[in-house]
Design a protein around this ligand. Structure first.
Ligand code: PEP
Length: 249
C-alpha cells in the first residue's frame, strides 16, 4: 500500500513573515493526518523551514538543484547546500524550469542522479503541453521524459524516486485533468517504471499536479495510481493545502 504524499510547490512566493504564519498554521492542522506532506520553498527560505519545521510532520525541500557539485555556476544551488538544510525532497524538471530555463531531459536526469546520491528524494516532473495533447502525443512525450531519467539511474533507485505527472496546460490555469485522464497516464508511467524494476514500480508514489484544489482533490486522489499531489497555488493558503492533505487521508 502506497502512502499518499502531498507536496506544496511555493514557486517564487513568500516572505519571512508570511512563511512563518503559513507554516505554523499548516503544522498545527496536520495533527492526525495520514498522508505525508512537505513544502518545496525558494532556497533562501530553507533555513527558516529547518528552524521552524524540524521535528514536525511537515517535510521541506527545494524547487531545483544544480547537477554540478560546486564551482563557477553563478546562481545555482548545490545538493550539498540542500543537505546543509536537511531537505527531504527536491523538485526536478518542473515545467517552468523546462520552459523558462531550457532544461533538457538530459539535465533533468543528471539532477535526479545527484539528488539520489545525496539521499534527497527527487520529485521528477513530467508532462505534456496542450499542443502535444491535442496532437495525440501525450504518451510519447511522457515516455521520453521518464525514459531519460530511467536510463540514468540504477534499477535499485526506482524505489527512491517520486514522480509527478503535471500536464503543462493544467498548471496554474484552473484547468484540471479529469481523474480518468490523469489515471490513464499514471498507469502507463507505472508500467514504464516496471520495465526497469518490476518489484519496485508498485511502490513508487506518482503525484498529480495541475490546479489541484480542495474541491477536486478527493476524486483525483481516489484513482488507483494517483498517490498524492504536487500543489502550486493552493499550497499558499494553509486552509486549502490542509484540505488537500485531508482529502488524501
Ligand atoms: C505546480 O506548480 O507544480 C502546480 C501544480 O501548480 P498549480 O497547482 O498552481 O497548478
Amino acid at each position: 500500500m502506497r502512502r499518499k504524499l502531498v507536496v506544496g510547490n511555493w514557486k517564487m512566493n513568500g516572505s519571512l513573515a508570511a512563511n512563518a504564519a503559513l507554516l505554523s498554521e499548516v503544522v498545527a492542522g496536520l495533527a492526525g493526518a495520514k498522508a505525508a506532506s512537505a513544502v518545496c520553498v525558494p532556497a533562501p527560505y530553507l533555513a527558516q523551514c529547518q528552524a521552524q519545521l524540524a521535528g514536525s510532520a511537515l517535510g521541506w525541500g527545494a524547487q531545483d538543484v544544480s547537477s554540478h557539485a560546486s564551482g563557477a555556476y553563478t546562481g545555482e544551488v548545490s545538493v550539498s547546500m540542500l543537505q546543509d538544510f536537511a531537505c527531504s525532497h527536491v523538485i526536478i524538471g518542473h515545467s517552468e524550469r523546462r520552459a523558462y530555463h531550457g532544461e533538457t531531459d538530459a539535465q533533468v536526469a543528471a539532477k535526479t542522479v545527484v539528488a539520489l546520491a545525496a539521499g534527497i528524494t527527487p520529485i521528477v516532473c513530467i508532462g505534456e503541453t496542450l499542443a502535444q495533447r491535442e496532437a495525440g502525443q501525450t504518451g510519447a512525450v511522457v515516455a521520453e521524459q521518464l525514459g531519460a531519467v530511467l536510463d540514468a539511474i540504477g534499477a535499485d533507485d526506482i524505489a527512491k524516486i517520486v514522480l509527478a505527472y503535471e500536464p503543462v496546460w493544467a498548471i496554474g490555469t484552473g484547468k484540471t485533468a479529469t481523474p480518468q485522464m490523469a489515471q490513464d497516464v499514471h498507469q502507463v508511467l507505472r508500467e514504464q517504471l516496471a520495465t526497469k524494476n518490476a518489484a519496485a514500480a508498485g511502490g513508487v508514489q506518482i503525484l498529480y499536479g495541475g490546479s489541484m484544489k480542495p474541491d477536486n482533490a478527493k476524486e483525483l486522489l481516489a484513482m488507483p495510481d494517483i498517490d498524492g499531489g504536487l500543489i502550486g497555488g493552493a499550497a499558499l493558503k494553509a486552509g486549502d493545502f490542509l484540505a488537500i492533505i485531508r482529502a488524501a487521508d
